[in-house]
Design a protein around this ligand. Structure first.
Ligand SMILES: Cc1ncc(COP(=O)(O)O)c(C=O)c1O
Length: 383
């Protein structure tokens, strides 16, 4: 096989009932945010994750925004966040007028460093009148947002035992982690709110979309209320608070239902891809992988390697029509968030950013394409 075709990073895989269900929406006229597919999709996601309720949203960012609001985060609060995350996590905090309080990543799992978190909470915060305060500037810390980066999960037992000592609501950014679990418990269900994303590069995609999962009936009711303009009367345009027009539309939820039907197969394929790459790159140059803790099952969302030669590798893959992508630039390096507090020893997030490269991991990548990627990656180290 020649490699004159572009090998993409993480494409949607539209190979099930998507056409059929979308056609159903078009044929019946049920295309807006009121429709049976929305309810079906949100329940399918909740059931898959092992949560009681799902509330669909226009995207993962909106799901995070609403979850933070319902957790009681207010303007001028801090929300503890890993420095190494996609910008949407931080943006959802800023939409409320709060600021991220950044914690560095750990070198093995690339998740929030729990040693740093524990020491920070012990030494640099105080509980005053039942609220958690950052001693340095007296501002309240309203919540913590762990992010299950690349579908991996940190030691959730330890995380939970650390945060439960403090008045600190948790909102899980599980946007990348549909299909990932820790000791049999699905990502997004360790806290009152877990948020998933279904944008174009996620393990399932609705083009754009999100779901909040929760097992608390009242929180689910509030989330649905506030994402649907807070309309409080069925007969009248009476809205009892400032709501949001955040509900996913039926036509996209129809795609989501078809995607959910295929999710187990997609997860299997991601696992095959992870195994293939780990076998292919073990012992090659200084290539390292994201580590997983015992008890963690990741969905293998986007395979990412770490090497001191990432820049050279990126250029070589690019020249060979293979898409690869650097990690997100850490939040402390972005102009909007560079002034936020950053809890770190040696800026591990910065060094992960400088040395990591995500490589093609679409569920519809062919075995022949995987061979091409492996051959080209290895060729850089065998020069
Ligand atoms: C870590 C993380 N948080 C939040 C989001 C936001 O999701 P969305 O793009 O659906 O708004 C994404 C995905 O893009 C993400 O990867």
């Amino acid at each position: 096989m020649s490699n004159d075709k572009l090998i993409a990073l993480s494409l949607p895989n539209i190979s099930g009932n998507e056409w059929k269900y979308v056609k159903d929406c078009l044929d019946t006229g049920w295309i807006s945010s009121v429709g049976a597919y929305v309810t079906q999709f949100e329940q399918m996601v909740a059931d898959f994750a092992g949560a009681k309720y799902g509330v669909a949203a226009v995207n993962g960012t909106a799901a995070l925004h609403i979850s933070l609001l319902l957790s009681g985060v207010k303007a001028n609060d801090y929300v503890i966040l890993p420095n190494l995350t996609f910008v949407a996590s931080a943006n959802s905090i800023r939409y409320i007028g709060a600021d991220p309080l950044l914690v560095d990543a750990d070198s093995d799992l690339w998740q929030m460093d729990l040693d740093l978190l524990e020491t920070f909470l012990e030494d640099e915060t105080d509980i005053r009148d039942g609220e958690l305060i950052y001693i340095k500037d007296g501002r309240r810390i309203g919540a913590i947002m762990p992010v299950h980066i690349l579908g991996n999960i940190c030691d959730m037992d330890r995380f939970t035992s650390i945060v439960k000592k403090y008045p600190l609501p948790v909102v899980e950014d599980a946007t990348e982690a549909l299909g990932s679990s820790y000791k049999g418990q699905h990502a997004g269900t360790f806290s009152p709110f877990g948020c998933f994303s279904f944008n174009g590069n996620k393990i399932i995609s609705t083009g754009g979309g999100g779901v909040i999962v929760t097992s608390d009936e009242e929180l689910a009711r509030k989330a649905k209320h506030i994402t649907t303009t807070a309309k409080a009367s069925p007969d009248e345009y009476y809205h009892d608070e400032v709501g949001y027009n955040y509900r996913l539309v039926n036509i996209l939820a129809a795609v989501g239902v078809a995607q959910m039907e295929q999710l187990p197969g997609f997860i299997e394929r991601k696992k095959e891809i992870v195994k293939f790459y780990k076998d292919a790159f073990g012992g090659v140059g200084d290539i390292g992988f994201q580590q997983e803790l015992p008890g963690v099952e990741t969905n293998g969302w986007l395979f990412t390697i770490r090497t001191s030669r990432s820049e050279e590798l990126l250029k070589h893959l690019d020249a060979n029509k293979i898409l690869s992508r650097r990690f997100w630039m850490p939040m402390n390096k972005l102009p909007m968030y560079s002034g936020c507090p950053y809890i770190t020893r040696n800026d591990e997030a910065g060094s992960i950013y400088n040395s990591c490269l995500s490589i093609p991991s679409s569920t519809n990548i062919t075995d022949a394409e995987l061979e091409i990627v492996a051959r080209e990656v290895k060729s850089v180290f065998n020069k």
